[in-house]
Ligand binder design. Structure first.
Ligand SMILES: O=P(O)(O)OC[C@H]1O[C@H](O)[C@H](O)[C@@H](O)[C@@H]1O
Length: 579
């Protein structure tokens, strides 16, 4: 590492190159306009009228800007967190499972992929799905009595983390009786209801985070740092590099060039010009950074019919395949050639697509990058004149799910479904389009596609490498035949991420929901329903919410065909439908 890094931190900011082609002039004009309005100074002073004009919205916006200086707040607490990590190791723990949704677990997911486990540290798993097969898989893969469960929920009221906590607490009680709490840690906001529960259940430790730091902006707070320290990451350096980026973006006064402002203005202006699909290209060891960026950008900007749609994992192809709605962002490492990706991205730039490139020195630069992207997301939201810190349409799916769960509690099962438009080969198709065969239903559904649209696969299934491959192939077929963007997410994870954009952003999505019968379901202790019913209710609730927003939806229930086999049949029909 460069020994001068802390003396002059801004000199080590990872290189960012913007190749904006014909969009450069519009971006420059907006930058000039922002600079003339002293945007950077106002930004750090939390001047809410830079975003919205409504007084109530301004007040709410200001109250969620604690992330601006959270890295500085956390730096003196590094000792406390590292001491805790040592205590856990000394107590004989052998594994850590972080459980939560959205912003509360996305950062550990990135860390687990981007870093090697530290030599003195513990292996890490993350649970962020109600899928019973996944819960079971995690349970079977860890030594339960020697596992530390970190329940991470800012609000302390999110249904999933509370269910995960209750499930594993009951399992630990069977093993350790009244001492079960020794294996549990909470990260939550002061005063949340969960603080009371965790205290009553004798949790080993409760880390109180900060009310003014929102979930998706919490990477550099306890939510990101406690799992990072347990996994053996040098959190001091991570924070120091984030502080370097704070300075570069004007935390200590004016700067000649502000990398967060430049990125944010570019993304905001490009979106206004129709380049609203932010297509992420990363090397294999950074694919989960794509998930982190998705939740940050989609949930912050996807509202009021506007927004930037970040796409993680959209197949990288030749320029002729893409429409005019793309901006490509490559994030990689200076010293990692990643030749194929870089060559393809260069071809896209040469063909006139806007391309942004960010090269990090090593994974610890993620500290800086989290902060750069947080600033850029807030800036892009100012260009779009929206409040980046609320998520008004996430609630729609939660409310619909809650209503369905009420029926489950009262009547013992989810309400009867309407009949599918088609049943074929063990698969049930539910859609507003009809057809006499799967091929026809798919042809009619995708026949609605227009330039600038996107396919969104919503898989309420067990994530496996084989299924990932199949879904990727499905995306490739749609991308190559229809020339539209493709997104894919596992439910309920994406509900706490891109789900906001799906309902609050522009009406350009074609939503393909995949559900299954849960062959090996798991009961939830103290509740009259199973994980499987919970996941099905989440799928049904979100489908209802999407339909309430008049989105185009197709649900394919894979039934008991087996998930991989079911998707394989669907893929076969899709190939024929789009031939
Ligand atoms: O941390 P929690 O309060 O449990 O919230 C978890 C997630 O829930 C919601 O869906 C929000 O839209 C996300 O921004 C948040 O990260």
């Amino acid at each position: 590492m460069n020994p001068n890094r802390m003396e002059n931190p801004t000199s080590n900011i990872p290189a960012m190159t913007l190749q904006l082609g014909s969009f450069q002039a519009a971006v420059d004009a907006k930058l000039q306009d922002f600079n003339a309005r002293n945007f950077t100074a106002g930004f750090w002073q939390k001047q809410a009228d830079l975003w919205v004009q409504d007084a109530e919205a301004q007040q709410s916006l200001r109250s969620f800007m604690g992330w601006l200086r959270v890295a500085e707040t956390m730096l003196p607490r590094v000792g406390e967190i590292e001491e805790f990590a040592r205590e856990i190791k000394d107590a004989g723990f052998q594994h850590v499972v972080v459980m939560g949704m959205g912003g509360s677990t996305m950062t550990p997911i990135v860390f687990k992929q981007a870093f090697q486990q530290g030599p003195e540290a513990l292996p890490l798993s993350v649970l962020d799905t109600t899928n019973p097969a996944t819960v079971r898989q995690i349970e079977e893969s860890v030594p339960l009595a020697q596992t530390l469960f970190v329940v991470a929920s800012k609000s302390g009221t999110t249904a999933e983390p509370l269910a995960f906590g209750d499930y594993f607490y009951a399992r630990l009680k069977e093993l350790k009786g009244e001492k079960a709490g020794e294996n549990f840690v909470a990260i939550t906001d002061p005063g949340s209801k969960f603080v009371t529960q965790a205290t009553e259940e004798g949790y080993r430790r409760i880390f109180l985070n900060f009310a003014e730091v929102g979930g998706r902006f919490s990477a550099l707070s306890y939510f990101g740092l406690v799992p990072a320290a347990l996994y053996g990451i040098d959190i001091k350096t991570l924070l120091e590099r984030a502080i370097g980026m704070m300075r570069a973006t004007g935390a200590e006064g004016d700067v000649a060039q502000n990398p967060g402002l430049e990125l944010g203005v570019a993304l905001g202006v490009l979106a206004q010009q129709g380049r609203d699909k932010l297509t992420l290209v990363v090397p294999d060891n950074l694919t989960d950074l794509g998930l982190w960026l998705e939740q940050l950008i989609a949930e912050s900007t996807g509202k009021e019919g506007k927004g930037i749609l970040p796409l993680a994992g959209d197949p990288l192809n030749g320029p002729e395949v893409y429409g005019q709605d793309r901006v490509f962002v490559y994030v990689g490492y200076e010293n990692q050639p990643d030749e194929e990706n870089r060559r393809k991205v260069a071809a896209l730039a040469a063909a006139g697509h806007p391309v942004i490139t960010i090269l990090m020195q090593d994974a610890l630069d993620l500290g800086q990058e989290f902060f750069r992207w947080e600033v850029a997301t807030a800036v892009a939201s100012a260009v779009l004149e929206i409040n980046p810190f609320d998520q008004p349409n996430v609630q729609a799916a939660k409310t619909a799910t809650d209503q369905l769960m009420k029926v489950v509690v009262e009547q013992g099962a989810l309400p009867q479904e309407t009949a599918p438009v088609l049943q074929e080969g063990g698969l049930d198709y539910y859609a507003s389009v009809s057809g006499g065969s799967a091929v026809e239903v798919l042809r009619n559904f995708f026949g609605q596609s227009q330039p600038g649209n996107f396919l969104c696969i919503q898989a309420y299934l067990q994530e496996t490498p084989a299924l990932n491959q199949e879904l990727q192939e499905l995306r490739r077929v749609v991308q190559e035949r229809l020339h539209i963007a493709t997104a894919s997410g596992y439910g309920p994870r994406f509900l706490h991420s891109t789900g906001q954009y799906h309902k609050g952003g522009p009406d350009t999505g074609l939503f393909l929901q995949l559900t299954t019968d849960h062959a090996q379901d798991l009961p939830l202790p103290g509740r009259p329903y199973t994980f499987g019913t919970f996941q099905n209710a989440q799928a049904a609730g979100d489908l209802r919410a999407l339909q309430d927003y008049n989105r185009r939806t197709l649900r394919v229930h894979l039934g008991s065909a087996g998930e991989e086999q079911g998707v394989a049949s669907l893929l076969k029909a899709l190939r024929e439908a789009l031939a």
